[in-house]
Design a protein around this ligand. Structure first.
Ligand SMILES: [Mg+2]
Length: 407
């Protein structure tokens, strides 16, 4: 079988690290995120300083307080962590489309398909680690191996803040002396059974024949047999990229007013960018479709060298395409639609059009406001115009199918 190149990357004490970033005076202190000492609930993250007192994630807060009474307890802000997590995955997606989001702060990257792009995997792993640490200002641990389980075990060895690579042919040597509790397939019950058999290290497991493991643990015994030898053929579970995203409106009365149609197109482009931002998707093709009053349908598309996500850029392309269709027509329109396709989950890399993080942040901020206060709480100038034209037309008894922007 072809050797795979898997990188596992995990942010060290994630929530606590973000709190330290927001408030540098917390650095070097025992920080416990999850709630206040007297509250119910558990610690979700403990900084390494707090771990020295025996505090760990999942521990009841009261117990954490007993162990570390001078610890700094913080409730935490999930939304900020989420934003950080998005940045983290955004950065990782620039190295390969094969990224598994194992949790908010933990990812697997498969570089096998991208092999020709990279001179050396060890170097790339190191580069990713350095970039995440520099650009996000937090420490990460990185493991490199030929499959998921080996990469994850390598990260465990690397923690905190290190990088560990299991070289080809060194798998057994690496696994031999690790405790059996390191294997994800071994729960507390299995541990008790194995320790009774005087099996404490992964290397000890190799002495147990396959049928014995099977009779002890059933199907998971089979898995254990493979895991303990560092065999793991599981593919990464990556979020699938949709083929296209589109928005369209059929008007109740056919429209001729160019201003109204362009304003409507702007509204559709705005609607279209939400799923693109959510899915961190960029489109290589923008297409505009119109249906005339005689039911004839026409479409125009543009193929883009550097893919787009931002509303302003999508609208300016859509506007050109639309005018190309509409200006030559003598008919009014009954439908307008816009579609983004050939989607990729990667930031465009172009020397000439530097990617603007500001516009992305603006987009995400707009989404948050609209989520809370409704779509109409923030409108672009064109949408505002559509809204006023719409209420003007409404007074004249004219109704659009998109009944209201303020839904
Ligand atoms: Mg972590």
């Amino acid at each position: 079988m072809r050797r795979r190149f898997i990188i596992h990357i995990d942010i060290d004490a994630f929530f606590a690290a973000i709190e330290e970033l927001l408030n540098p005076s917390l650095k070097g202190k025992p920080v416990i995120v999850g709630g206040l000492p007297h509250e119910r609930g558990v610690a979700s993250t403990a900084s390494y300083e707090a771990r020295r007192y025996g505090v760990h994630s999942g521990m009841p807060l009261r117990k954490a307080y007993q162990l570390c009474p001078h610890g700094i307890f913080i409730r935490g802000n999930y939304q900020i962590y989420q934003t950080f997590s998005e940045k983290f995955f955004h950065l990782l997606s620039q190295y390969t489309p094969d990224v598994e989001e194992a949790s908010l702060d933990e990812a697997y990257l498969d570089l096998t398909r991208c092999r020709p792009l990279y001179f050396s995997f060890s170097r790339t792993a190191r580069e990713i680690k350095q970039r995440v640490e520099k650009e996000l200002g937090i420490s990460v641990s990185v493991g490199v191996g030929s499959n998921k389980i080996l990469a994850k075990l390598a990260t465990r060895r690397a923690k905190p803040g290190g990088l560990f690579e299991i070289g080809e042919g060194r798998e057994e040597e690496f696994l031999k002396d690790l405790g059996i509790e390191c294997l994800p397939g071994i729960g507390p019950k299995a541990q008790v059974i194995l320790r009774m058999l005087n099996i404490h290290k992964i290397g000890d497991l190799w002495g147990l024949p396959r049928p014995t493991l099977r009779s002890l643990f059933g199907l998971s015994g089979e898995e254990l047999f493979l895991q303990s030898r560092g065999i793991d053929s599981r593919p990464l579970v990556t979020a699938s990229v949709p083929k296209s995203v589109s928005r369209e409106t059929t008007f109740l009365q056919d429209l001729w007013d160019r201003r109204l149609l362009l304003a409507h197109l702007a509204y559709l482009c705005d609607r279209l960018t939400l799923p693109l931002r959510r899915g961190r998707l960029f489109a290589h093709i923008i297409e505009v479709k119109v249906r005339y009053s005689d039911f004839k349908t026409e479409a125009r598309r543009r193929l883009l060298v550097s893919p787009v996500q931002e509303m302003g850029r999508i609208y300016s392309i859509a506007q050109e395409l639309f005018l190309g269709l509409f200006s030559s027509s003598r008919l009014s329109l009954r439908l307008v639609g816009v579609k983004a396709s050939d989607l990729a989950r990667a930031r465009p890399l172009s020397l000439f059009e530097p990617y603007s993080e500001r516009s992305e942040r603006l987009g995400l901020a707009v989404d948050q406001v609209r989520e809370k206060y409704g779509f109409g709480s923030l409108l672009t100038v064109r949408e505002k115009m559509l809204e006023s034209l719409y209420s003007f037309e409404k007074k004249r008894g004219f109704v659009l199918k998109t009944a209201s922007l303020t839904k």
